[in-house]
Unconditional design. Sequence first.
Length: 319
Amino acid sequence: MVKIRPTNSILQLKFFIVFVAVVMSLGGLLGGVFYLYPLKTYDGYQKLRLYLGGVKHVKINGLTGYYYNGCDEVLDKDCQCVALIHGLGDKALSWKKILRGPSDGWKKPFRIYAIDLPGVEGSQVIESPSDFRIRVQAKTVINALNQECSRWTLVGNSLGGWVAIWMALDNPSQVYRLVLTGSTGFKSHFSSALKKFENLTLESLKTFHKMSYFEPRKISDRIYMKVLNRINNSSAKTILSAQEDDDYLDDKLSSLRTKTYLLWGDKDKVSPVRVGELFHQEIRNSTFKVVPRCGHLIHNECPEELFSVIQKFTRSSIM
């Protein structure tokens, strides 16, 4: 009886069939995990991408966040430290595109930190509601950051811009530059723009999402509900109610001496262009630019604009 030996082609076909079966099984498994835990799965994927890109997860004086070091081969005096500060209901991971950097790499050496504000993710738990005041949070953040660098460029989005401004007002020698995107902090605007967080519902969350982007992504109601539960279980409501008159920026900005770059999306409906114009009017040493076809979250929707500002504005006397 003649034994027939499988040809290379047959072996390759069998291998391909097994490979496809394994991939499909893994795909089904991952799909199931994503269906059950969509937010955790997405966050895990983004954290993995950051890790593979050389971004580390860190904890500095009780505050968690992410750290990119592009200064290993340069002298300290040639390195610029940049801190990214997120907004209300957000977290440090939202800066993932900025942490990964431009596609062609940073042209100048930076140490970049994205910090979770107190009470967010793994950052220190706040027991007293008064510690959620913006000025108090600013003090907590600058005290933590100063363990890493003595002079900072601060990039703040939305409420994070408000925190960054207080860091500059109270610590002018430690804040070299300010970059603000879609910032808030004026009492009347803060009360109207973010009041949806006080009684957040599925419909108001959908509305807020549409207000935040020029081209909002399509999201299922199931994912919206996961996000809604996350926000409602966060410190967002406490932050809203903790602010006192002294925390708002009305009549405070005339004393700000830090050189400031205001970057605003022309389709930002959370903190509209007119709010950016008011900041520009009140901050004497400021530059104001409107980004076309962009919403409230410039670091997510138009990161190239922010890359450019960080690289040029942090190094030049004027831009």
